[in-house]
Design a protein around this ligand. Structure first.
Ligand SMILES: Nc1nc2c(ncn2[C@@H]2O[C@H](COP(=O)(O)OP(=O)(O)OP(=O)(O)O)[C@@H](O)[C@H]2O)c(=O)[nH]1
Ligand SMILES: [Mg+2]
Length: 337
């Protein structure tokens, strides 16, 4: 093909690899039969590609743990439901409760929750693919104080327990400081060390980009080991790329995101389907850009934890626990003399 004839639209080229998977005007047409969607075959191909990338449990690797972080109401939980619908061949389901109050004081998600393969990956016949575990949590404040970085650090090192309220850890840090917080939680067993971080933020121009929070993510993600950071801007239906060009640039700049680690997407939501077509089906035109992004996120990296390293960390945690118990008994015996 004559290379000079390839004409790339400016916003397509500048924003992300995901751009090419949207129609020029993002006019998503809803079909009750997903096979009628022009992106149906592409969706299935991308699912297969993602399955190939993650491999099966024969490899002996653990599934990746992917943390979804952001400030309140940015679309974190909605993104998870969209990712799950993208991997699904049946229908969108509200697996993660979503719907924000839009204020930091009242958040939809208040507890730390993991979504393992079994909770979202429905197949008639179960397969052995190592689909990742996703971690959803409360929105963070736009703050890069030591306290916020410490809180993110706990998330990254897998110290937060299932169903724990991040607020209690935050209150503890406010009372006793970041060091005390890390000290308290570091005694705990390592639950799910994070392999990837996806930072989610709304495209809504009336909401400030949480600069300090993005800075805190950056600090926490590089503290112990390099955890790859990805970025998603939601609400593309209301704020298309040409309207939020500067916002996209700042967001990517603040997180140092190259094109392959950024996506500007539309989540499954009432705004794009007020007739509820997606309650009974999936919308491949919405899924394809998200799967394209997930393909990038799932790509293996050299420093991904292996099963061996994970078990080594477990053993270390058990030894630390035994040591703490023995020390406690010793102190008790001494003080009773
Ligand atoms: N139009 C539109 N609305 C969206 C999109 N993504 C999310 N929303 C809406 O934004 C609101 C907040 O979404 P959530 O997914 O609950 O946000 P969250 O970040 O999990 O919120 P908290 O858990 O409270 O921190 C909901 O009403 C969603 O329907 C999108 O791409 N387009
Ligand atoms: Mg939420």
């Amino acid at each position: 093909m004559d290379r000079t004839k390839i004409k790339v639209e400016r916003d397509v080229w500048e924003n992300s690899f995901v751009e090419q998977h949207y129609n020029k005007n993002h006019g998503i047409i809803l079909h009750t039969d997903p096979k009628e969607d022009p992106k149906y075959n592409e969706k299935n191909k991308l699912i297969r590609k993602c399955q190939e990338i993650v491999g099966t449990n024969v490899s002996g690797k653990p599934p990746l743990n992917i943390a979804i972080v952001g400030t309140p109401g940015g679309g974190k939980s909605s993104l998870l439901n969209t990712i799950f619908a993208s991997f699904s061949t049946e229908s969108w389901t509200e697996i993660v409760p979503f719907g924000s109050f839009g204020r930091a004081q009242r958040q939809r998600t208040t507890r730390f929750k993991s979504y393992v393969k079994d909770t979202y990956y429905k197949r008639r016949v179960q397969d052995a693919y190592l689909m990742p575990t996703f971690l959803d949590m409360t929105g963070f404040e736009d703050d890069d104080s030591e306290k916020s970085v410490a809180l993110l650090e706990l998330v990254c090192t897998g110290r937060i327990k299932e169903d724990e309220e991040l607020r209690s850890a935050k209150d503890y840090a406010t009372k006793y400081g970041a060091e005390a917080l890390l000290g308290r939680y570091n005694k705990g067993v390592c639950h799910r060390p994070v392999d990837r971080i996806i930072v989610v933020c709304t495209s809504n121009l009336h909401v400030n980009i949480p600069e300090s929070f993005l800075n805190a993510v950056w600090k926490a993600s590089t503290k112990h080991r390099e955890i790859p950071v990805y970025g998603v801007l939601t609400c593309r239906d209301k704020y298309p790329p040409n309207v939020v060009e500067d916002r996209i640039k700042s967001f990517c700049h603040l997180l140092a995101l190259p094109k392959c680690r950024f996506a500007h997407i539309i989540n499954y939501c009432d705004d794009i389907d007020n007739e509820g077509v997606h309650f009974d089906t999936t919308i491949p035109s919405l899924d394809v850009p998200v799967l394209q992004f997930m393909k990038q996120v799932l790509n293996p990296r050299q420093d991904d934890l292996t099963q061996k390293q994970v078990s080594k960390m477990d053993i270390l945690a058990i030894f630390a626990f035994i040591f703490a118990v023995v020390a406690f008994i010793y102190v008790l015996l001494i003080s009773n003399r």
